[in-house]
Design a protein around this ligand. Structure first.
Ligand code: IPE
Ligand code: IPE
Ligand code: MG
Length: 251
């Protein structure tokens, strides 16, 4: 079996990552937390490049949660500055590589300057046909679902939608990333095993991979390890392996 090449089809189409452990990584070296956040940008670059090489369709990176505003103001400000600088720098590289950049989350809470940067980055890369990179910033899974509920409720109020017509699929269509393949692999670094209000609905059937490695140490090799773990699992979606195999053979 070890000689059999892994088919690209078995590689996850959509990988979501909770990039955690920057602070602890820095602290372990006697450096301030921001040192870890800066090193985290390099890990993002390596991860994106690794995912592109694997033929992944979309990568969603948790950069700042709706709860992260509770951190000391100094750290929040540094993170915002870093986000602006990284956006300006990385977007050009991403555009050159035909990638599409999107920011998901409640952008209204960001400074006008950051909102403008985000809008122009999204605009610049919107027409590209390569992998989609979603940056989840001021994102919360509960926010995403609440937002969808608000849009649906507003359609009902306008008389454009009947309550009976609200289905799971309709709710899904109002969530962020509705147009992308379902998340099939979630990775969280730094040994923590929780969702921290990241994607909730979208992780319904995702495989979850937790690694003790802190985010700044994550690279192409770490990604390959996570993906091979994923490929070696038989995915079931609540039905038997035989049913899935039969489905595959019918294609
Ligand atoms: C993840 O690293 C980055 C962000 C949440 C912005 P942390 O900052 O959470 O690092 P730890 O978990 O404190 O080590
Ligand atoms: C989750 O990490 C958010 C990001 C990685 C951006 P946190 O470090 O903020 O999560 P908790 O607070 O430990 O759950
Ligand atoms: Mg953390």
């Amino acid at each position: 079996m070890s000689n059999t090449p892994v088919s690209l089809e078995s590689v996850p189409k959509h990988i979501a990552i909770i990039m955690d452990g920057n602070g602890r990584w820095a602290k372990a070296q006697g450096k301030p937390r921001v040192f870890g956040h800066k090193a985290g940008v390099t890990a993002v670059r390596k991860t994106i490049s690794g995912a592109v090489n694997l033929g992944v369709k979309a990568v969603t990176l948790f950069a700042f949660s709706s709860e992260n505003w509770r951190r000391p103001a100094e750290e929040v400000n540094l993170l915002m500055e870093l986000f602006i600088t990284a956006l300006s720098k990385e977007v050009k590289r991403m555009h050159k590589n035909n990638l599409r950049l999107r920011v998901i989350g409640d952008k209204t809470q960001f400074s006008k300057r950051l909102q403008n940067k985000i809008a122009s980055a999204e605009e610049l890369t919107a027409g590209n046909s390569g992998m989609v990179v979603n940056i989840a910033a001021n994102y919360g899974g509960k926010w995403d679902i609440t937002n969808a509920v608000k849009m649906i409720a507003s359609d009902v109020r306008k008389g454009e939608l009947q309550v009976e017509d609200i289905t799971e699929s309709l709710v899904q269509q109002h969530l962020t990333m509705a147009d992308l393949p379902e998340v099939d692999l979630l990775i969280r670094t730094s040994g923590e095993c929780r969702i921290s209000n990241f994607l909730l609905w979208q992780l319904a059937y995702a495989e979850m991979y937790f690694t003790p490695e802190c985010w700044p140490d994550f690279d192409e090799e770490s990604l390959a390890e996570a993906v091979s773990w994923f490929v070696n699992r038989e995915r079931r979606f609540g039905c038997t392996g035989e049913q899935i195999k039969a489905l595959m053979n019918n294609k």
